[in-house]
Write a protein that binds this ligand. Structure first.
Ligand code: ZN
Length: 147
């Protein structure tokens, strides 16, 4: 299978069967965003414990397959990680989607890098870049907003 097909398959899978969908219990941070160009909406919920570990994360949303896949991938990749690492991962992924920057974080598995890389395919479709990036910005803004 070509890499491009593999990436498309990952996006379709996450878009059709989003992981961590719903409102997680005991969330203490959340944020929402809306992309009027495409109609995508997302609301993410985070449970950060006192050691600044992201013990749970979930999202509710509607919109195109790319926005749902990106939200699903975000929850899957960031769940269980330390706050500082989740910020670094989010910033690198935004750099990758927007500017083709390489992912340098070495604590991610090869499978996780492949999953993340599938989001970079939107570069060929400038109108869809926001569909992929919105949830990562929303995650970062949730961290600055305690309930
Ligand atoms: Zn969209």
């Amino acid at each position: 299978m070509e890499l491009k097909e593999l990436y498309q398959e990952i996006i379709l899978d996450h878009g059709k069967n989003p992981r961590n969908k719903g409102v997680c219990s005991n969330y203490n941070f959340d944020a929402q965003a809306h992309n009027p160009l495409c109609g995508d909406k997302v609301h993410i919920y985070l449970n950060l414990d006192k050691d600044k570990k992201l013990v749970d994360i979930s999202f509710e949303g509607e919109g195109c397959a790319i926005s749902l896949a990106s939200a699903s991938i975000l929850t899957e990749i960031l769940k269980g990680k330390d706050l500082n690492l989740t910020k670094k991962i989010s910033e690198e992924i935004l750099g990758m989607i927007k500017n083709k920057e390489k992912i340098t974080i070495n604590s991610l598995t090869e499978d996780q890098i492949t999953t993340i890389s599938s989001l970079a395919g939107v570069q060929e479709f400038p109108m869809r870049v926001k569909c992929a990036t919105m949830v990562w910005h929303t995650f970062l803004s949730a961290l600055n907003k305690k309930n």
